[in-house]
Design a binder for this molecule. Structure first.
Ligand SMILES: NC(=O)c1ccc[n+]([C@@H]2O[C@H](COP(=O)([O-])OP(=O)(O)OC[C@H]3O[C@@H](n4cnc5c(N)ncnc54)[C@H](O)[C@@H]3O)[C@@H](O)[C@H]2O)c1
Length: 440
């Protein structure tokens, strides 16, 4: 009997003969076919060390989801995670270093992309072309142009792409959104985000060394420029280096800014973005991103701003990070644990009634994984569909570009260009190191 799943498999077989070099061809079929409720969903994990692994473990808690393959460029990560899977009673995974082989496997329905940010674009574009469903970590990409081609690939192939902005699946975030939309806060004039984390200061410098045994460093670098191996630019701490990540601005920026865009129903690019900052406090550390950054987004009818301070772990409202909506009647302040209201008063009268603090149920990540599986099985709407990741990434990257150019930037979403500065516009698209090619 041909069901949608066997159809997907047989059409994937058509693409399998195209070999491993370069981008996979765009398949002439739509992977949006919905699996039956009892069909097994076979997943593969690409980039297995930290967040990718967390995603896999929560996906495996969903009914009838199995992992066939682990893909990583570090043998130690592969054997460690394979051991954990077997210990937890899952099938012995196939181990793979080249993600393109994973995408050629017709058994695999969905891939998790948990690689560093510079390694999101190619696997996602090619996975969409190969008819796979995708759960990709945030920020969607390490540049605006990559994010654009990923959105295009998902649309062209009608792919199911969930972005790892799991706050979208958090109950207390949903209730905060509902509260903001109820109008009780009055007119919202300011939306603010801040993120103060020690890791944003970078590590102490260490000398370049040889590549650890079992690591395919050339493949880890992928499209990024060739540089000697340095532990600070590797697992986990790559975030502070421009070729692989965008520092706190993108790492936390996409999560928090997304809450502002969601609450304020923003479906447009900012009218302009201006950032100021620098590595002011941690000059002795190994980092390329600013430890201190303030960004002002010009929006329709309200001000929106981002601030981060690496090497600091305290902040406004006794929260090291947060989101704030200031209305005429009161201010809502939220983080991943809770949201609270600070009512305004006038002439000894409150402008709105006091509201009890709303606590998180800590279910956002597992809900997000469940939502992805339900989208595949039943066609449920995704909570963080690729467009949502695409918009949040745009805001975060524009913040960094304004910092790098030390100038205001104006982005035209239709033209996909920064229109007021050639220098800034050049930063939209990264150079890709051969043999990797920017997907066109
Ligand atoms: N949603 C969240 O809350 C959240 C939290 C943490 C990280 N993240 C995101 O998850 C992603 C991964 O971050 P991390 O902290 O897990 O990084 P990490 O450095 O700990 O792990 C990345 C893994 O990818 C592997 N890798 C690199 N290139 C590869 C390639 N070409 N093919 C296969 N594997 C490759 C590395 O060897 C490593 O094992 C990032 O995009 C990050 O922003 C999201």
């Amino acid at each position: 009997m041909t069901n949608r799943r066997t159809f997907l498999r047989s059409t994937a077989a058509v693409t399998a003969g195209f070999g491993l070099s370069g981008s996979l061809p765009v398949a002439a079929f739509s992977p949006s076919g919905i699996l039956g409720a009892n069909d097994k969903i076979t997943v593969a994990l690409i980039g297995a060390r930290n967040m990718g692994w967390y995603n896999l473990t929560d996906l495996l808690k969903q009914p009838n989801v199995v992992c066939k393959t682990l893909c990583d460029v570090d043998d130690a990560v592969l054997s460690d995670k394979a051991g954990l899977l077997i210990k937890e009673g899952h099938q012995k995974p196939v181990l793979e270093k080249d993600y393109r082989k994973v995408l050629e496997d017709r058994d695999i329905d969905a891939v998790i992309v948990g690689t560093p940010d510079h390694w999101h674009c190619l696997p996602v574009v090619e996975a969409c072309g190969a008819g796979k469903h995708v759960y990709v970590e945030k920020p969607l990409a390490n540049s605006i142009a990559e994010s654009n081609v990923m959105l295009d690939a998902a649309r062209r192939n009608k792919s199911i792409v969930q972005v790892g902005q799991q706050q979208r699946s958090g109950g207390h975030w949903m209730s905060a959104m509902e509260f903001i939309r109820s109008g009780k806060l009055g007119t919202i004039r300011q939306v603010k985000f801040w993120a103060n984390f020690n890791y944003g200061a970078g590590n102490m410098p260490v000398p370049d060394t040889g590549v650890p045994e079992g690591v395919d460093y050339e493949r880890w670098l992928g499209p990024a420029p060739l540089r000697p191996f340095n532990l600070n630019r590797f697992h986990g701490s790559w975030r502070m280096f421009r070729d692989y990540g965008g520092g706190l601005m993108t790492d936390w920026g996409v999560h928090l800014i997304d809450m502002g865009l969601w609450a304020m129903d923003v479906d447009y690019a900012p009218k302009s973005v201006r950032s100021l900052g620098g590595n002011f406090a941690n000059k002795d550390r190994a980092l390329e991103m600013p430890d201190t950054l303030n960004v002002l987004y010009e929006m329709d009818g309200f001000n929106m701003s981002w601030e981060h301070n690496g090497g600091v772990q305290s902040g406004p409202y006794d929260q090291l990070y947060g989101v704030l909506f200031m209305g005429t009647n009161g201010t809502l302040v939220a983080d991943r644990d809770k949201w609270r209201i600070f009512p305004e008063w006038e002439d000894e009268k409150w402008r709105m009634s006091q509201v009890e603090e709303v606590r998180s149920d800590d279910m956002s990540h597992i809900n997000h994984c469940e939502n992805f599986v339900r989208a595949i099985r039943y066609g449920d709407a995704l909570n963080a569909e690729i467009e949502i990741g695409h918009r949040a990434a745009l805001y975060a990257h524009l913040g960094n570009i304004s910092y790098w150019t030390d100038d205001k930037v104006v982005y035209d979403e239709k033209l996909r260009k920064i229109t007021n500065s050639v220098k800034a516009d050049d930063m939209i698209t990264p150079g890709y190191r051969a043999p990797w090619e920017f997907p066109g």
